[in-house]
Design a protein around this ligand. Structure first.
Ligand code: URA
Length: 260
């Protein structure tokens, strides 16, 4: 059997593990790959406009306290995150969830915040949603250990509520530094909260998925897709998630696929 056959088989198997019916899902790759030109981009929203407004005192304090984060190496950054008390979430955490994976990965996955299990284990995306994320990555030819996985927040919000703006502001320098250190070819933002906070917008996920964005600090392409926890509840949307992954695949360096 040829290498190509083996590679195709591995991808079909990975897609099956994602729960995608490969016989009915069909959309031209080209259509998902097209970037929407600026002229067709949706009008700026209230939150986009608010970005031009002066930062809140909490955001200013967080920025000042994190002023030197942008120069940190991995070891200092990890130790600083582990001891962070810049927002109230430090009071309820078991531990911080820094992120895992290759520190020179092609792909950086960014989720929302640790849940209960992640808080206990100190690792992002464990549990069923994590397994589905692993399968999504495997469909691209990547093992979990070959990407870098992090969250917008490093601490678990109580009862898994949405992150507050102050919490995001306090954590943002850490994530920005992680992105700068990894220098991924592409970021995969999973879920509305991750995408909106990473891209500083309040556009809905459905619109954010339509184009490849840019993380401003570092000029890194950002592909937006569904959160794996959502896909577990709405498996019919897995085919659309696969379209997103194909869009991401186009941003990878040639020959980067590793056949996990
Ligand atoms: N959901 C996330 O967004 N991140 C995790 O680490 C776990 C669940």
């Amino acid at each position: 059997m040829s290498d190509q056959y083996q590679a195709d088989k591995r991808r079909r198997d990975a897609l099956r593990r994602m729960g995608i019916d490969i016989w009915v899902r069909r959309q031209p790759v080209e259509s998902s790959a097209v970037e929407i030109p600026d002229t067709e981009a949706p009008a700026p929203t209230a939150r986009d406009a608010s970005l031009a407004a002066p930062p809140t005192p909490a955001a200013e304090a967080a920025t000042a306290a994190n002023g030197d984060v942008a120069a940190m190496d991995w070891a200092t950054l990890e130790a600083t995150v582990a001891e962070c008390t810049h927002c109230g979430l430090c009071q309820g955490r078991t531990q911080t969830v820094f992120g895992v994976g290759r520190r020179d990965a092609d792909i950086m996955v960014i989720g929302e915040a640790p849940g209960a299990e992640e808080d206990r284990r100190g690792e992002p995306f464990v549990g069923r949603a994590g397994q589905l994320l692993d399968n999504m990555l495997r469909a691209l030819g990547y093992g979990r250990e070959q990407v870098f996985i992090a969250n917008i927040l490093k601490c678990r919000p109580p009862r898994n509520r949405d992150p507050e703006p102050e919490e995001v502001a306090a954590c943002r320098p850490y994530l920005a530094r992680q992105i700068a250190l990894v220098q991924p070819a592409v970021i995969l933002a999973v879920g509305r909260i991750a995408a909106q906070n990473l891209l500083d917008t309040d556009r809905p996920l459905r619109m954010l998925r339509q184009q490849v964005h840019t993380f401003r600090q570092g000029d890194v392409p950002v592909v937006v897709s569904y959160h794996p926890a959502y896909l577990l509840r709405s498996p019919a949307d897995k085919a659309k998630a696969w379209d997103d992954l194909k869009r991401l695949r186009e941003r990878l360096p040639a020959g980067a696929e590793v056949h996990a």
